[in-house]
Design a protein around this ligand. Structure first.
Ligand SMILES: [Zn+2]
Ligand SMILES: [Zn+2]
Length: 356
């Protein structure tokens, strides 16, 4: 099932326009809201809605593989669409027309939500240039080079988890009080048994469900603003790449569980204060999945060619936050190190001077 949106005025392709949030014709400038387009095309706007309980049952045993060998043909030029096994939105390689592969977005593969792109390709490019220039420790020719090999807007599949964390913690805490009496300095230590019980709901914790994307990079792209999240509709993908998930919510929950336990632990720890020492003696924390929603989040991917070595950078397509590992300049790192060393040397001499 190939979905392509044509301009009702001139027949050219309609694409999702990040800056206005509208579907726009690149040829005559016609604009229409994604929702109106879906209504006008006769597509069932609720085709992508599903009952979550039912959905979960289905996803549990679902695996992907060779069954996705279907051939897709561009409605615009008739060419066969070349798309990776996981791709759900792309461009026709021959005529450039944006195509959405509908069957890779329906049934158990139907996303519940999407955060549409808010940052346009041009804005992304400019922001990357600026970011590159401001980097203090970047290699000089990296900073000056203009070799962005490709800049791709991609909707990355995530699961958004609602998690309930419950637990109990016991701690042995002490509080010290020192005072002088006559010739003696007396230290009084009081001991406390501290107990905390928590019940916290964490909402919309994202976990990237794409095999291709680096988990640590995707985590660093957070936070996303969920106030701008929309019910999923295919027009949002038009003009971008999109991938379907490789990992189910069950696959990813252990990662999320760990994260939530960490949050709960530091929250509990933050409530135990005012003591001289805190020693956790018992900790019983558990995290339970309440809900997981399949959600597509917007990411700009920069493929950067630097001395034959590809450096990938990512930008949150909603907020503009950039993450990645730029090549560090050894010279500058060394300079920084020596200036820090010089400063500490100075402090040390000052201290020796004051003490002598
Ligand atoms: Zn048009
Ligand atoms: Zn085509």
């Amino acid at each position: 099932m190939v979905i392509q949106y044509q301009c009702p005025d001139c027949g050219a392709d309609l694409e999702f326009h990040a800056e206005t949030g509208m579907m726009k014709c690149g040829s005559c400038g016609y604009e229409v809201k994604a929702e109106e387009l879906v209504a006008a095309s006769g597509e069932d706007p609720d085709a992508y809605l599903h009952d979550y309980e039912h959905f979960q049952e289905e996803t549990r045993y679902h695996t992907f593989g060779e069954e996705n060998a279907e051939q897709y043909v561009c409605k615009n030029c008739g060419a066969v669409i070349i798309a990776g096994e996981d791709t759900s939105a792309t461009h026709c390689e021959f005529c450039g027309s944006p195509v959405v592969l509908g069957d890779r977005l329906s049934g158990e593969l139907a996303p519940t939500n999407v955060i549409p792109f808010k940052i346009s390709k041009q804005q992304a490019e400019e922001a990357f240039r600026k970011w590159k220039k401001n980097g203090f420790l970047l290699k000089k020719d990296f900073k000056n080079a203009d070799r962005v090999k490709s800049l791709t807007g991609i909707y990355v599949p995530f699961w958004l988890f609602d998690v309930k964390a419950q637990g109990e913690v016991n701690a042995h805490c002490t509080s010290k009080h020192t005072y002088e009496r006559g010739d003696y300095i007396i230290t009084e230590t009081s001991h406390f048994d501290v107990f905390r019980r928590v019940d916290i709901d964490y909402l919309k914790i994202p976990a990237d469900a794409s095999e291709k994307m680096e988990d640590s990079m995707m985590d660093k792209l957070e936070p996303f603003s969920y106030g701008e999240m929309k019910k999923f509709q295919t027009p949002y993908l038009s003009g971008y790449l999109a991938e379907k998930y490789n990992y189910t919510d069950q696959d990813l929950f252990p990662r999320v569980e760990q994260r939530v336990r960490g949050y709960a632990r530091s929250y509990i720890r933050s409530t135990i204060h005012g003591y001289s020492t805190v020693n956790i003696t018992r900790e019983h924390l558990k995290a339970r999945q309440k809900k997981a929603e399949y959600t597509l989040l917007p990411v700009w991917m920069f493929c950067y060619d630097y001395k034959q070595c590809d450096h990938n950078f990512y930008m949150n397509g909603q907020t503009g936050k950039i993450v990645g590992k730029p090549p560090l300049s050894k010279g500058k790192v060394a300079l920084l190190f020596f200036s820090l060393a010089a400063v500490s040397e100075l402090l040390l001499s000052l201290l020796i001077f004051l003490l002598s």
